[in-house]
Design a binder for this molecule. Structure first.
Ligand SMILES: [Zn+2]
Length: 111
C-alpha cells in the first residue's frame, strides 16, 4: 500500500520541482528561441521585484511582464534575462521583451 502511494506521488512531486528550473538549467539548446539577454543593475532590480510578485523568490518571473504582471505566464514561453527566467503568456509578449528587455523593464511598474 505504501509502495503504491509512493509510486503515485513521486512523479507529481518531481514535475512540480522541475517546472521552474528546467529552462535555466538547459544549456543553449538548438530549440531555444533566443540567446540569454544580459541584465543591467536597473533591470535586475525590476526583475527581483517582479520575481517576488508571483509568490516565490526563485529567479523565475512567472507572471507575464508583457501584461504588466496581470496574468500568469507559461513555462513553455520563457526568456532568460540575466539570472532570471521570465515566463510570458503569448508570443507577442515574449517578442516585445526579446527585442528590448531593457526598455520594457524600465516601463514595467511593480508595486
Ligand atoms: Zn502577456
Amino acid at each position: 500500500m505504501i509502495a503504491l502511494l509512493r509510486r503515485l506521488a513521486f512523479p507529481a512531486v518531481l514535475l512540480a520541482a522541475v517546472a521552474c528550473e528546467r529552462e535555466s538549467n538547459t544549456p543553449l539548446a538548438t530549440a531555444a528561441p533566443s540567446a540569454p539577454i544580459a541584465a543591467t543593475a536597473a533591470m535586475t532590480t525590476v526583475l527581483a521585484k517582479a520575481d517576488a510578485k508571483d509568490g516565490a523568490v526563485d529567479q523565475c518571473v512567472h507572471r507575464c511582464a508583457g501584461c504588466a504582471l496581470g496574468m500568469d505566464g507559461k513555462a513553455t514561453m520563457p526568456l532568460q534575462v540575466g539570472a532570471y527566467t521570465m515566463h510570458f503568456c503569448k508570443q507577442a509578449c515574449l517578442d516585445r521583451y526579446a527585442k528590448d528587455a531593457a526598455g520594457e523593464l524600465a516601463k514595467l511598474k511593480v508595486d
